[in-house]
Ligand binder design. Structure first.
Ligand SMILES: Cc1cc2nc3c(=O)[nH]c(=O)nc-3n(C[C@H](O)[C@H](O)[C@H](O)COP(=O)(O)OP(=O)(O)OC[C@H]3O[C@@H](n4cnc5c(N)ncnc54)[C@H](O)[C@@H]3O)c2cc1C
Length: 475
């Protein structure tokens, strides 16, 4: 008798290793047909970065090949997911559907529609987070809204092991289909990424990072000119690598460490994985964050709607070298160093007084690793409207440059017209005089940091809850 057929629907899990849905479907004795649905309505909109569509397409194509290497088939279909799934179930006579979970509000709504529409058993598998968000709660049974107590609870829990990769797959005969070309979807993109899409490259990157750079991560992670971070964000967001495998690699690195300082560095990287998990957890419990500030009183904050200033920030022409270098990095390689995401987000909100949601949107239009939860969490943090218990942080772009780009290597790399300017001028906006700027064809600062800071603080003061303001600090 032939085995029952299950469809394994891949979404943000573009891999065969450590894939709970695939593993469970195979373990239950099914013949498995892999599926990826190109939902053009969800994909083709203004806020979709071409870099993400490129990464997605390449990774799905590689996944199709990985299925074939295991003896199976992955079908690529185009259309509305509910309709595609309903008709595919009929076409192949599937008796079960398996897919991995997601926490984004729109995706959860869509998944509920799928659950309602299909008449066969649907298995929704825990994948995206190391611990399901409903399971990590305060003693009072409430979700955490502050990272540190969340981390204390989350980090001591025993982490699940990676799901086993199937040795071979058996699939029903079915047309493979293909992912449309980018231009046919309305995107134009010349690949210039720092990362290679697909599962094989992601796993190699993880292995390299966890045998080398993880051991001095904390010492190097804040210097944007150094290759000190893992560059795994796109892989984690598209699921070309599984989070259990990532965590297990950190545990193996811990075993292999030869001294305490290596373990300290490694723990700091694990804490970053904790931030990833925290922002997803918070969005799961407070889906309104996708549209609103965590602290609701800040919905009334008076922002400037200055389109011209915003566009100069987007282009990297603010006259603040570190800010401009960061924005040009983003515009060129579709990725920005974490320290600089904080710097430019602080600059947009606290120096230009522009709504954090404008910046959040621009990031999603550019980033290869653009992700609703991490991006929204980062922007709310930077704008002082989010879950951070120390609410008012204002970054001084000159101080940040002096601390983290000490030789101005990063600035010179990305703002090429400044490559012959002396380091002191590049690291201190006030020392970089207008005449000298004119000589290099570089603009004067578009605003005065000290003045703008005062205006921001004044407006911040107008918002109720004075006690928040009293905890202010300057970084
Ligand atoms: C304003 C702002 C916007 C951001 N937007 C995004 C986004 O759209 N997508 C995204 O993945 N990250 C975002 N981040 C978080 C962080 O900047 C990136 O995850 C990181 O720069 C990716 O580089 P990496 O993989 O080398 O990170 P590493 O330093 O090697 O960190 C390892 C992993 O931990 C996670 N991580 C690290 N820092 C954070 C953080 N602060 N919040 C959540 N997860 C984190 C990521 O998955 C990252 O790949 C944002 C941060 C800020 C301040």
């Amino acid at each position: 008798m032939s085995k029952p057929i299950a469809i394994v629907w891949h979404r943000r899990d573009l891999r065969v290793h450590d894939n709970p849905a695939l593993h469970q479907a195979v373990s239950a004795g099914h013949t498995v047909l892999g599926l990826f649905i190109v939902d053009t309505e969800a994909l083709c909109h203004r806020d979709m970065a071409p870099a993400r569509v490129y990464y997605l397409r390449e990774s799905v194509n590689e996944l199709q090949f990985a299925y074939q290497k295991l003896g199976g088939r992955l079908s690529i279909r185009q259309g509305n997911p509910v309709e595609v799934l309903k008709s595919l179930v009929e076409e192949v006579g599937a008796s079960a559907l398996f897919f991995n979970d997601d926490i984004e509000p729109d995706t959860r709504k869509r998944d509920d529609e799928v659950l309602q529409a299909l008449k066969i058993p649907v298995h929704l598998c825990a994948d995206l987070l190391l611990h399901p968000p409903q399971t990590v709660l305060t003693q009072g049974g409430q979700p955490y809204s502050v990272y540190t107590p969340f981390w204390r609870n989350w980090s001591v829990r025993v982490k699940p092991k990676p799901a086993v990769k199937p040795d071979r797959l058996v699939s029903p005969d079915h047309p493979l289909g293909h992912f449309p070309e980018l231009v046919d979807l309305g995107f134009h993109f010349s690949p210039n990424l720092l990362v290679v899409p697909g599962e094989a490259a992601a796993r190699k990157q993880l292995a390299d990072f966890c045998t080398q750079s993880i051991y001095d991560y904390d010492d190097r992670r804040d210097a944007p000119a150094l290759p000190g971070t893992s560059l795994l964000s796109a892989a984690l967001n598209f699921g070309t690598v599984g989070i259990r495998e990532v965590w297990q690699s950190t545990q193996q690195a811990w075993q292999a460490a030869t001294h305490e300082d290596q373990r300290r560095n490694l723990t700091v990287w694990q804490q970053e994985l904790g931030w990833r998990e925290f922002y997803k957890y918070v969005l799961f419990h407070f889906p309104r964050l996708a549209e609103q500030p965590f602290r609701p009183q800040f919905a009334e904050f008076v922002w400037d709607e200055d389109q011209e200033r915003f566009e100069r920030w987007c282009r990297g022409e603010t006259g603040y070298p570190l800010v401009d270098a960061a924005m040009r990095q983003l515009n060129t390689v579709s990725w920005m160093h974490n320290r600089l995401r904080m710097v430019v987000a602080s600059f947009l909100t606290k120096d230009l007084l522009i709504n954090w949601q404008w910046g959040e949107r621009y990031f999603m239009q550019k980033l290869v690793d653009g992700d609703l939860s991490a991006n929204n969490g980062g922007w709310q943090w930077a704008a002082s409207v989010g879950t951070d218990p120390k609410p008012l942080r204002i970054f001084n772009p000159s101080t940040q440059a002096q601390r983290y780009d000490t030789q101005a290597h990063f600035i010179r790399k990305w703002v090429s017209e400044l490559k012959d300017v002396d380091t002191r001028s590049l690291l201190d906006v006030e020392r970089f005089l207008p005449l000298e700027r004119a000589r290099f064809g570089y603009p004067v600062p578009m605003v005065d940091h000290k003045e703008q800071q005062q205006i921001f603080k004044e407006r911040y003061r107008q918002v109720p809850k004075r006690s928040d303001f009293e905890q202010s600090s300057s970084d």
